[in-house]
Each structure stands twice: as C-alpha cells, then as structure tokens.
Design a protein around this ligand. Structure first.
Ligand code: MD3
Ligand code: FE
Length: 226
C-alpha cells in the first residue's frame, strides 16, 4: 500500500483553540494589578494626542506647599487638572499657567484607560482628570498618598512610557516597608479599593535613552477627581 502523507491540519491540536489573549492583570496588591505592555498597541494614537495636549498645556515644574520645586514636570488634561503651589495641592478647572481650561482629554486616552480598568474588573471607570508626569534621569517622586480626589471608590489607572522606573508600593503608614515594582514602557497599573490610599513613590530615574521617547519617562494617571 502506498504511503499517504497526513494532512498536517489533522494533527494541529491548537487549530480550534481560542486566539491568543492579552495576558491577565497580574496582582501586585489586594486590589491592584499590572497589565504588562497593555498600552503598546495604542501608542500610534496616544503619542500624537499627547503632543496636542502638550502644545496647549506645556510641562512645568511646580512648587510644593513646603516650598520645594518638584523634580517631576507636570501637565494635565480633562475637566480637572492637579496643581500645587505654596498655598497647597488641589484640582482646578483652569491651567494656572495660561488661565485657560485644561485641554480636553483625548478620546483615545479615555478609551485606553477604560479598556485597562475593565481588564482589571472596574467596569464603569469615568475619569475626569489625567495628570501627566515627566521624569528626566534623576527625577523622583517621594513616598506620598493621593488624597486630593473626592471619591476613593474609583480606581486610578497609570500608564508608563519611555525610560523604566522602580515604583515603590508601600503600606498605609509612611514607615511601612514598601515593595519595589519595575514599570516599563507600555505597562499599565490599575489601583483600586483598599490599595488606593497606600503610600507610593518612584525612585530616581536612571540615565538612559529610550528608543521612542528619548531621555525621559512619561506617566499618565487617570483619576475621578471631582
Ligand atoms: C498607588 N505618580 O502622580 S503612578 C502621582 O509613576 C504618582 O508618576 C507615580 O504617584 C508615577 O501621584 C505613580 C501609579 C500610582 C498612582 C496613584 C496611586 C500608584 C498609586 C494611588 C494609590 C496607590
Ligand atoms: Fe501618587
């Protein structure tokens, strides 16, 4: 009898399998998780939108109520933008540098933040603020809590782009031991529920040049502030 070659499809055990899925949100706290690389497929649309926001509201360094100039430069978009000066931390409707309303939140920012929140189980995230942090090598963010928002029930979604950072994820008191979590270009973290009031910070960014973003790290944090 003549040898019949098998149809290779007969033995492709994965022929009927589901298409590859985006990796699940990896838990880093009780109600926080990281979506590695989740933003990467969106960057073709996110980066041009970022340029438009920054043309209207340029990065600027702000002063803390204690009189220290932050090493991180900030901008914002959405209905509310976060600012600090000698009189305190707060959300405002207008950019104090231009007197104009903060730039609108680009549709693609909102879509990406909602897609990430959904992946982490927060089904109707409606951020009204996107804080944009720019770190150059040496910039850091000391341990702090985010307490200026009105509703701590909503999660915060954070997107990291450019140079890598070592994120510090602490406890509920400044002196609590913190875990270190590397955050890389394209990573998104969703922080919700009990983890919302944890102390957190960023170690000084190391020297380097990112192929797309150059000598900087840019972090977006989407919040329901009002
Ligand atoms: C954990 N930004 O803007 S984003 C901040 O990388 C801030 O630029 C850091 O902390 C950055 O306030 C961290 C991740 C983040 C944001 C808010 C949190 C983590 C959080 C609130 C509670 C717990
Ligand atoms: Fe923070």
């Amino acid at each position: 009898m003549r040898y019949e070659p098998m149809n290779p499809q007969t033995f492709d055990l994965f022929a009927d399998a589901e298409p590859e899925q985006q990796p699940k949100c990896v838990q880093i706290g009780e109600q926080s998780c990281v979506l590695r690389g989740f933003a990467l497929p969106w960057l073709d649309r996110v980066l041009p939108a970022l340029e438009i926001v920054l043309a209207a509201a340029a990065f600027r360094q702000m002063v803390t109520p204690g009189g220290f100039t932050m090493s991180v430069a900030l901008s914002s978009c959405g209905t509310l933008g976060w600012t600090t000066d000698r009189s305190g931390y707060r959300y405002t409707r207008h950019d104090p540098q231009t007197g104009k309303p903060w730039p609108a939140m680009p549709e693609v920012f909102l879509q990406l933040a909602q897609a990430a929140a959904q992946e982490a189980g927060f089904m109707d995230f409606a951020p009204d603020s996107c804080l944009i942090n720019r770190y150059v090598p040496g910039s850091k963010m000391s341990l702090h809590q985010d307490k200026d928002e009105h509703d701590f029930a909503a999660p915060i979604v954070s997107i990291s782009l450019g140079l890598p950072a070592m994120f510090l994820f602490g406890g509920f008191e400044r002196s609590d031991k913190s875990q270190r979590i590397p955050l890389l270009h394209g990573d998104i973290v969703v922080w919700g529920g009990v983890d919302r009031l944890r102390y957190h910070g960023v170690l000084p960014i190391k020297d380097g040049t990112h192929p797309q973003l150059g000598e900087q790290r840019i972090n977006f944090t989407f919040r329901t502030a009002g």
